[in-house]
Each structure stands twice: as structure tokens, then as C-alpha cells.
Unconditional design. Structure first.
Length: 352
């Protein structure tokens, strides 16, 4: 079991963050917040995929004006992403937003920081202080000799201190970089200096193929060390894909029991069935399964019930047929053309 770092507990709507609670998976809408219908449609798709929290870009007062209707109908708690103009943050709070994501360091008005801190405190709205490697102040870069773990963690804590000066400490912190190694080092540095909950992510990770790898390395390494209280996988892709990957990262580390896990072999010369196509179909089906089960799709008897004996249910290919097994014990045979419906039937039988 991974021994998780103890942090303060806060709530984004009804979703707990920190304090040893389950790790929420977040995303960010890529719709224009001023397009209420498109934004809500995407929020419902994210919720169906298992998203816990989503973030909205709030770039102007027109976006602020759309927040009440979005919040009223959203299936998820929402975070307003605000930069530079503190008045947008105030408007988002007054609209009923569940949390803010800001960087007080890029606000020129300390009076604005005070107003936001005071209003967020009275509305019991948490604030995520987010710092990215690409947006550090020149004086911070010069002080620490570059963009590194020290400059990133200092900038995040310094920004959080502006809120703390005004008596606000319902804070979550994130330090992100597109370089997974830098992101890992910065979060290690940060976690040693604060007990605020930490939001993990590799920013600008890339397209689905490259971004999944970079995010899994960065986020996974820190979670394995017990660091991280909520995560977002940032992909140049449909935000729903971010949720699928985030959930898979948590499942791979046994940090969640939500949803099914697929075990499948890489195939070899012994394989005499269309395993790759079948595995993809099973994977798509399992996206709809919320029960914490393990399903195995194996190519032959060598890599079948024996190697996948921990699976709740599974199949192992033969010559035009499959063995159906449960917990390593063979429970029947099925023809190749009938295997998918029979497997789904067996899965539904144990998940009812």
C-alpha cells in the first residue's frame, strides 16, 4: 500500500480534496464558457466518463455572466480559471462557483487579492494557487538561477502567502511543467514545505499518444511516493480522454477501486484468434462498467488462467475458440464468434 502524505482537507462543492480522501480526477472544458449549451454538453460527457471536477476559463465579464446558468445545470462542481483581473474572480464567486484557480502573483493589485480572499472566505470557496514553469517572474528566475524545483515551489508558496496574509488558508497548490522530471522535482520540493493539498499535472503534455506517456510518468511517480491529492492529465485531445487516462493512472497504483481493469497479453506466434480487435472491443465495453473488477483477455492457454488468475473473469484463446475462466479456474469453452457476448454476459452476472 502507498503511504499517502497527510494534508489539509478542503471541499470543491461536495468533492473532498486532501486529508487522505480518494483522489479526484479533474479536467478542463475546452469549450467557450460563453457558449452555455456547448459547455454543459461537455460537462455531462465528462461526468459520464467519471470526472469529479472540471475547470472553466473565465476570460471576461461575458463569461462571468454565463456562469450562473452553467453552475445551475452542471453535473460537476466547477472551478473558475481566472488570470490578471481580480474582478473576474469576484464575479465568479458571486455567481456561485465552487472554487477558483488563480495566481495572485500575476495580479498587480494587492487590494484585489484582499477582496478575493475575503469574499472566498465568506463564501467558503477554496482557491487553487497554480504556478507553471512558463510563467515565472523574471526576479524569481534570477534569484534561484533558472526555472527549477526551487523557483517553482518558492513562487507557489509565495503566491499562497499573499492569501494567507489576509487570513485565507483554504488553499490547494499546483506547480506544473511540461518536463515531467522538473514537475516531479518541483512537487517533491513543494510537498516538503507545506501541508496544503497538492494538485498534480504535467502541463502542455502533448497529444494523446505522447501526453499520456509524459503524464503517466510525472503524475504516477509522485503518486507512488504518496504525493498528490487531485490530478489532471492535460492532453491536446477530447477532455473525456483525460478522465480515462487519469482513472487508469489511479487504478494502476491501486489508489481507486472505481471501474474495471483490463488485463491483456501482447500476443505472440501461439495466438490463433483475433485477440487485438477483441481486446479493443472489451476495453470500450469496460468503460461503461463501474464495478471494481479485473477482466483478462489472453491469447493462449500459456498466458491464460495461470498468469491471469487474479482476474475476476477472463478468456484465453485457443484454435477458433476461447476458454472462459474465473479466478484462474476454467468454467467453460466458447466459440470465437460468440466470445464477446458470452464474456459480457459473464461480467454482468458478477457485477449485478
Amino acid at each position: 500500500m502507498i503511504e499517502r502524505r497527510q494534508t489539509k482537507l478542503l471541499y470543491v462543492g461536495e468533492v473532498p480534496v486532501g486529508g487522505q480522501m480518494p483522489i479526484p480526477v479533474q479536467s478542463m472544458n475546452n469549450t467557450d464558457t460563453r457558449d452555455v449549451k456547448a459547455t454543459l454538453d461537455q460537462l455531462y460527457r465528462l461526468a459520464d466518463a467519471g470526472c469529479d471536477i472540471s475547470r472553466l476559463a473565465v476570460a471576461d465579464q461575458e463569461a462571468v455572466a454565463c456562469l450562473p446558468e452553467i453552475i445551475r445545470h452542471s453535473p460537476l462542481p466547477l472551478v473558475a480559471d481566472v488570470h490578471f483581473d481580480y474582478r473576474l474572480a469576484i464575479g465568479a464567486i458571486e455567481a456561485g462557483i465552487h472554487a477558483l484557480r488563480i495566481n495572485p502573483g500575476n495580479w498587480s493589485s494587492k487590494e484585489g487579492v484582499l477582496k478575493v480572499a475575503s469574499l472566498a472566505k465568506s463564501h467558503r470557496i477554496p482557491i487553487r494557487v497554480g504556478v507553471n514553469a512558463g510563467s515565472l517572474k523574471r526576479e524569481v528566475i534570477d534569484r534561484f538561477g533558472g526555472v527549477n524545483a526551487e523557483s517553482l515551489s518558492f513562487s507557489a508558496l509565495d503566491s499562497a502567502s499573499l492569501l494567507q496574509e489576509h487570513g485565507f488558508d483554504d488553499i490547494c497548490i499546483s506547480v506544473k511543467a511540461s518536463d515531467p522530471v522538473l514537475m516531479i522535482e518541483a512537487n517533491r520540493e513543494l510537498s516538503a514545505k507545506t501541508d496544503f493539498p497538492i494538485h498534480l499535472g504535467v502541463t502542455e503534455a502533448g497529444t494523446a499518444r505522447e501526453g499520456i506517456i509524459r503524464s503517466s510518468v510525472g503524475i504516477g511517480a509522485l503518486l507512488a511516493e504518496g504525493i498528490g491529492d487531485t490530478i489532471r492529465v492535460s492532453l491536446t485531445a477530447d477532455p473525456v480522454e483525460e478522465i480515462r487516462v487519469g482513472k487508469a493512472i489511479l487504478k494502476s497504483l491501486n489508489l481507486t477501486n472505481r471501474g474495471a481493469t483490463l488485463i491483456s497479453c501482447p500476443t505472440c506466434g501461439r495466438t490463433k484468434v483475433g485477440l487485438m480487435e477483441l481486446a479493443e472491443k472489451v476495453e470500450r465495453y469496460l468503460e461503461t462498467v463501474t464495478a471494481p473488477i479485473k477482466v483478462a483477455v489472453m491469447g493462449c492457454a500459456v498466458n491464460g488462467p495461470g498468469e491471469a488468475r487474479e482476474a475476476d473473469i477472463g478468456i484465453a484463446g485457443g484454435d477458433g475458440e476461447y476458454l472462459l475462466f474465473a479466478k484462474g479456474e476454467i468454467i467453460g469453452k466458447v466459440k470465437e464468434e460468440d466470445v464477446l457476448p458470452r464474456l459480457i454476459e459473464a461480467i454482468e452476472k458478477i457485477t449485478r
